[in-house]
Design a protein around this ligand. Structure first.
Ligand code: TMP
Length: 208
């Protein structure tokens, strides 16, 4: 594969979607073709599975079922969207990927890390992002922002503050565990400041 695979991770309402658009535009100015995508979703089938995951009541699925749904969507996303794009030299930027499962279904919902790791390895083999930007922000601020969006897709927001505090720590722990792949981005700055921090991390990682 010749393209690069960049993922953005972190809690709800940390500003990932805005920054994905900005990063794609900046890379485009440098002549790099990009594809912006998201999880759960990113292919027609995976978008259908997304609805099952992000709508409805928190207790709708037990943690194992939820994880299998996430990976069913991910398998389709990688096979039909991410993989083909990387083969054509396109850089793929995804709003969330497998770190979200280790945080949400693992630390959040209490599924053993080793169980997720085994599912991950069965589905993805060794496929992993080249760079992961972890958006870090005070949970009260980020949840308020997410709630203000008022979307129907609020199943995970309903898990409550304590759940989201644990998620924040889970993402920081992932960054510590994989320092060569992950960079923590302080998402409390202005949109401009965050965009600059992201581009600095991307340039450094890929020698732009
Ligand atoms: P979004 O709000 O960033 O679009 O993400 C949709 C929700 O899906 C978000 O609440 C996090 C959740 N999610 C998981 O629980 N596990 C996963 O593996 C992924 C990718 C997302």
């Amino acid at each position: 594969m010749t393209g690069r695979f960049i993922t953005l991770e972190g809690g709800e309402g940390t500003g990932k979607s805005t920054q994905i658009r900005r990063l794609a535009a900046t890379l485009g100015e440098k002549g790099i073709a990009t594809l912006c995508t998201r999880e759960p979703g990113g292919s027609p089938g995976a978008e259908e599975i997304r609805k099952l995951l992000v709508e409805g009541e928190p207790g709708r699925w037990d943690a194992v079922t939820e994880t299998l749904l996430v990976y069913a969507a991910r398998a389709d996303h990688v096979a039909r969207t991410i993989g083909p794009a990387l083969l054509t030299d396109t850089w793929v930027i995804s709003d969330r990927f497998n770190d979200s499962t280790f945080a949400y279904q693992g630390v959040g919902r209490g599924l053993a890390r080793e169980t997720i790791r085994r599912i991950d390895s069965a589905v993805l083999d060794d496929f992993a992002p080249d760079l992961t930007l972890i958006f870090d922000l005070d949970v009260k601020i980020s949840l308020d922002r997410a709630m203000a969006r008022g979307a129907a897709e609020n199943r995970f927001e309903k898990f409550g503050l304590e759940f989201h505090e644990r998620l924040r720590q889970a993402f920081l722990d992932i960054a510590k565990r994989s320092p060569e792949r992950c960079r923590v981005i302080d998402a409390s700055g202005s949109e401009e400041q965050v965009a600059e921090a992201i581009f600095a991390a991307v340039s450094r990682r890929f020698d732009l």
